[in-house]
Design a protein around this ligand. Sequence first.
Ligand code: FEO
Length: 168
Amino acid sequence: MLSEKLLEELNEQIKYEFFSANYYLAMAAYCKDQNLEGFANFFIVQAEEERFHAMKFFNFIDEMGGKVIITGYDDPRTEFESLVDVFTAGLEHEQFVTNRIHHLMDISMDEKNYPAISFLNWFVDEQVEEESTMTDLLSKLKLINNNPNGLFMLDKELSTRTFVPPKA
Ligand code: FEO
């Protein structure tokens, strides 16, 4: 059972997760335009993860007897100045999502909604990983400082990333 408030906020989160997927696809498009196929692959996989997140919320709302509401969202930013700009935007976006998840957790705890708390715990952990991935790549890019060899190596490394749906 979900309160009206929690149901509304969980539905809102579906929108943010799908927006995240679009945002990362916009970043992938920028990377492709720069002939950085490995970086593009990284963001395409990231977009798949976001759709997986959205569907987790979709299924949870349904399992809890709530009605899923799908809505649209604003267009994502599509212009970037550099890879550092892209990953800075990615990190800021993940920090925004982390705040959203914590907000959902606050409501669930206030309402003593134990199934929601248990469900959201997965996302609390996931956000630690999401922010860490963006921070790590942003640090590497700053270190590389546009050195072509460094960029080539990192692009190659990121081309191997694949989406494996988590079990939990
Ligand atoms: Fe769904 Fe990247 O957080």
